[in-house]
Design a protein around this ligand. Structure first.
Ligand SMILES: [Zn+2]
Ligand SMILES: [Zn+2]
Ligand SMILES: [Zn+2]
Ligand SMILES: [Zn+2]
Ligand SMILES: [Zn+2]
Ligand SMILES: [Zn+2]
Length: 479
C-alpha cells in the first residue's frame, strides 16, 4: 500500500466528503469517501504490510468526525517503522491535544492532525470537510404543482422552456418558435400567446428547465412520447436570447445623444442591417435580432447562416457579417471572423491553456512529443479531427453541446474550439506508444485519480512525478 492509502467499507463510488490535506505539499491529499475509513501508511521495506494510523468515522451532523488513534494495532520492529512513527510514543496530536493509542477525539473542518506527540518531524495534516450537495438539496425541497409548469400552447409540461419578456410567461421552445414563425410570416408584431402583451425578448430559462426535469422525473405519466419530443425539438429555434421588435431609430447618426437616448437603445449596439441593405437583406419591424456574445452587437436572426456556436449555443456575429461582406465601424461594432468559424477553417497555433486539465507539465510533454515526431500541432489536430469524424473516438468526454453532431464543417466559437483541441490532445496522448514519450516522462507511474486528480493543480512535485493523462483507476466513475 502506498502512503496515505485508505481502506473503508462500502465505498461504491461515493463522493469525497472530507480530506486530509498534508502541510508538506510533497504528499498527496488523502480523500475520505466512505463514512468509516482506516488510514494506513506504507512500510518501506515490506510493502505488503501496512501500518494503521487512525480510523475516521463521519458524525451524523456531516461536518465533524470521530478520530480513533490506531497506531499500536500492529507491533512492528523499529527498523520497519516509517520515520515519522519512530518514537517512543504512538500518540497523535489533534489541535494541540495528545490522543493516546485507542483513544478517540472529535475532529472538525480545519482541525490539525499531527502523527506524533509534537509538530517537529511528524507528518501534519489539515482535516477538511467538503461542502456536500446532499445537504444543500435537502434544505431546498420545494413542492411544486405541475399545473404551474405547463405550456399554454400545447398544455403539456414545458419542454426546453423559454421565457418571454416583459410579461414573463413560459412556453416550450418548439411551441413558441412555431408561434414566432407564424407572426413573422404575417409581419405582425409578436404578442404573448398567453396574455397578448407585446413580446420584446425571449430566451431559454435554465432555472425552470431544471424544474421541468424534476417534475417529469417525479411523475413519468406527464412525459410525452419520444416521437412528440423529437418533433418539438425540430421546431425549436431559440438557442440564444432573441431581441424582438426593437423599434430603434433607423439611420442613427454616429454621434449619439448623450443623455436622452431612449431606453430602447439601452445596452444594445445597433444592427448594421437595420436601415441599410447588405447582400439583398434589410431588417423590418418584425425582424428578430440576436446579440453577439463577443462584441455585444446585434444581427438579424436568419436561417441558413451559422450564427450560433454548436458547442455552447451562444450567438456570435463573426461568420454572419463575414458572409454578408460587412466590416465593422465605430457606429456598428462587428467582431472579426475568428469569433465563429467552422472547424476546418480554423488553424491551431498553440496548445490551449485548457489542455490536460491545465497541467503545464503535461502540456510541455505533449509539445515535446509532437516536436520529436517531426510533426506540427496543426498536423496532429487535423489527423485527430479525421478520426473524430470517422467515429473512431468515444465522445463522452467531449465537453460540448450536441457533441454527437460535430463534423469538420461545424461552426464553433474560439472557446469551444479550444475545448475540442484539448479533447483531441487527450486522445493523442493516451494512444501514444510509450517509446515516443520524452525520457523524463517514460518511467512515471499513472496517478490513481488520472485526469480528475486535484492535487496536480496545487502540488508541483506531484504533477511532475505522476502521469495525469490517463483514466482514473479509483474513486471516480470512469466514463
Ligand atoms: Zn408547449
Ligand atoms: Zn404573457
Ligand atoms: Zn437589424
Ligand atoms: Zn462555443
Ligand atoms: Zn460580434
Ligand atoms: Zn494526481
Amino acid at each position: 500500500m502506498e502512503k496515505g492509502e485508505s481502506s473503508g467499507s462500502n465505498s461504491s463510488g461515493d463522493d469525497i466528503w472530507a480530506k486530509l490535506v498534508p502541510l508538506d505539499s510533497r504528499y498527496s491529499d488523502i480523500e475520505l469517501r466512505s463514512n468509516e475509513m482506516t488510514i494506513c501508511s506504507e512500510i518501506k521495506s515490506s510493502p505488503s504490510e501496512k501500518q494503521e494510523w487512525c480510523k475516521i468515522t463521519r458524525e451524523k451532523d456531516q461536518v465533524s468526525a470521530l478520530m480513533q488513534n490506531k497506531s499500536l494495532k500492529l507491533k512492528i520492529p523499529k527498523y520497519l517503522t516509517p520515520v515519522f512513527l519512530q518514537s517512543s510514543s504512538n500518540s497523535i496530536t489533534v489541535d494541540d491535544v495528545v490522543v493516546q493509542e485507542d483513544d478517540t477525539t472529535i475532529i472538525r473542518c480545519g482541525s490539525e492532525i499531527i502523527l506524533g506527540p509534537e509538530a517537529d518531524g511528524f507528518m501534519r495534516y489539515r482535516f477538511k470537510v467538503m461542502p456536500t450537495k446532499d445537504i444543500s438539496t435537502k434544505q431546498l425541497k420545494i413542492i411544486l404543482d405541475p399545473e404551474h409548469a405547463k405550456c399554454s400552447i400545447c398544455l403539456n409540461v414545458w419542454h426546453d422552456v423559454v421565457t418571454v419578456a416583459p410579461c414573463l410567461h413560459n412556453f416550450c421552445n418548439g411551441c413558441f418558435s412555431e408561434w414566432l414563425k407564424r407572426c413573422q410570416k404575417k409581419h405582425a408584431s409578436i404578442l404573448c400567446p398567453h396574455c397578448r402583451a407585446v413580446v420584446q425578448f425571449v430566451g431559454r430559462n435554465h432555472f425552470l428547465h431544471s424544474i421541468e426535469e424534476d417534475i417529469l422525473q417525479s411523475d413519468s405519466s406527464l412525459r410525452r412520447s419520444s416521437e412528440d419530443i423529437a418533433l418539438l425539438d425540430s421546431y425549436s429555434s431559440i438557442k440564444s436570447p432573441l431581441v424582438i421588435g426593437s423599434r430603434r431609430k433607423q439611420n442613427r447618426k454616429r454621434a449619439r445623444a448623450p443623455v436622452d437616448d431612449d431606453e430602447e437603445n439601452a445596452g444594445y449596439s445597433p444592427c448594421p442591417q437595420c436601415g441599410t441593405e447588405y447582400a439583398g437583406f434589410r431588417c423590418n419591424q418584425s425582424t428578430v435580432h440576436l446579440q453577439c456574445q463577443a462584441c455585444g452587437g446585434m444581427m438579424p436572426s436568419r436561417s441558413n447562416t451559422p450564427q450560433h456556436c454548436v458547442g455552447c449555443d451562444r450567438a456570435f456575429c463573426g461568420a454572419y457579417w463575414h458572409s454578408m461582406g460587412v466590416n465593422g465601424s465605430d457606429a456598428y461594432p462587428v467582431c472579426n471572423h475568428e469569433t465563429l468559424k467552422s472547424i476546418t477553417e480554423r488553424a491551431v497555433s498553440r496548445i490551449p491553456f485548457l489542455a490536460h486539465e491545465k497541467n503545464r507539465h503535461e502540456q510541455d510533454i505533449t509539445e515535446k512529443c509532437i516536436r520529436q515526431m517531426g510533426r506540427s500541432l496543426q498536423d496532429v489536430i487535423s489527423e485527430w479531427i479525421t478520426k473524430l469524424n470517422n467515429r473512431e473516438l468515444d465522445r463522452t468526454r467531449l465537453p460540448l453541446n450536441h457533441s454527437e453532431m460535430i463534423t469538420p464543417q461545424t461552426h464553433l466559437c474560439s472557446d469551444c474550439y479550444d475545448k475540442l483541441v484539448s479533447f483531441l490532445l487527450y486522445w493523442f496522448r493516451i494512444t501514444l506508444p510509450k517509446h515516443l514519450l520524452p525520457p523524463e516522462a517514460v518511467q512515471r507511474e499513472d496517478c490513481w485519480y488520472g485526469y480528475t486528480c486535484r492535487t496536480q493543480h496545487h502540488n508541483e512535485e506531484h504533477a511532475r512525478k505522476r502521469n495525469h493523462v490517463c483514466r482514473p483507476t479509483r474513486g471516480t466513475r470512469i466514463p
